[in-house]
Write a protein that binds this ligand. Structure first.
Ligand SMILES: N[C@@H](CCC(=O)N[C@@H](CS)C(=O)NCC(=O)O)C(=O)O
Length: 218
């Protein structure tokens, strides 16, 4: 559209929702500019960034409005127009924010962020408890959401799969592959990866680097 400012996204690729946005934009060939905000350097707390987002969180998207799926006319599988199918994606994303996201993030926080901040490893019992909570979530992903279908909300990839996968990758930053003994989730992961193409690995390069450094330390 002539004269319209390109979409800008403020991202830190070590953040799970940021990777989901990065993959979504690249996979759907939506033209955009990435502005990197390094959380570890406190760039999300500067006065300029706080003006943009008083919550001091990433991601932030700057556009004329925020209805991405409608404005860019992306294939409807991402966020279906059909009310029942869309409700499935809404159902998963609501569940995601109290299950997949906090449980996978907690393992990363305990194994990567806290030891860096305190110089001490986290109490193994606490890690074990976090892994048990995450285990319950993984069971539900397998036995509820993926029970009778190839993707979390139906026969095709949707925002639900993208958000979930970016969270489940996060513990890899500490060298922990939480999917490795779960064949059902692994096959789902390969379906998600082949639907996303190169955009998946591109968004995870920074996390893979962190994984390699963590594995070298183990
Ligand atoms: N409502 C946002 C929250 C995003 C969020 O929690 N971002 C984290 C990184 S994953 C963040 O910016 N943390 C910085 C901080 O809390 O200082 C979403 O779900 O997209």
């Amino acid at each position: 559209m002539a004269g319209r400012k390109a979409l800008e996204v403020y991202l830190d690729l070590l953040s799970q929702p940021c990777r989901a946005i990065h993959i979504f934009l690249n996979c759907n060939k939506i033209s955009h500019t990435v502005k990197t905000v390094a959380i570890r350097k406190g760039e999300n707390r500067t006065p300029e960034y706080t003006k943009l987002n008083p919550m001091q969180k990433v991601p932030v998207m700057v556009d004329n409005d925020f209805v991405l799926t409608e404005r860019y006319n992306v294939p409807s599988n991402w966020y279906p127009r059909h009310p029942e199918r869309r409700a499935r994606v809404d159902e998963y994303t609501a569940w995601h924010h109290t299950n997949t996201r906090p449980h996978a993030a907690k393992v990363f926080i305990m194994e990567v962020l806290l030891p860096r901040m305190t110089g001490q490893p986290t109490d193994p019992l606490k890690v074990e408890r976090a892994l048990a909570d995450l285990g319950d979530t993984l069971e539900k992903l397998e036995n509820m959401f993926l029970k009778r279908q190839p993707f979390l909300c139906g026969d095709d990839i949707s925002l639900a799969d993208l958000l979930a996968m970016c969270e489940l990758m996060q513990p890899l930053g500490g060298g922990r592959d939480i999917l490795k003994d779960r064949p059902k989730l692994l096959s789902w992961k390969s379906r998600v990866q082949s639907a996303l193409g190169d955009s998946f690995d591109e968004a995870h390069i920074v996390l893979y680097r962190l994984r390699d450094r963590s594995n070298a330390k183990l």
